[in-house]
Design a protein around this ligand. Structure first.
Ligand SMILES: [Zn+2]
Length: 77
């Protein structure tokens, strides 16, 4: 899985998705579909660490932190 640019705003989104989660939300996608897109994007960020550049490491860290946030949020409820 890789990251690619959102077709609407150019932000990063998971390969295979035309729009980033933000644009999906704006276009009226279901909350569950948006959450799934966020998950895919974060996983793609984590996997992109293998490319090894500073930018990719930052992307990977951001993805890991987002996943951790969601896991923690899920536990507290
Ligand atoms: Zn977008």
């Amino acid at each position: 899985m890789k990251l690619k640019a959102c077709e609407r705003c150019g932000k990063r989104t998971a390969e295979g998705l035309a729009l980033c989660p933000d644009c999906m939300k704006e276009s009226g996608a279901a909350a569950e579909a948006v959450a799934a897109a966020e998950e895919l994007r974060d996983i793609a960020r984590v996997l992109s660490i293998t490319a090894g550049t500073d930018t990719n490491i930052r992307e990977a860290m951001t993805g890991i932190l987002h996943i951790a946030d969601r896991l923690e949020g899920g536990k507290s409820k």
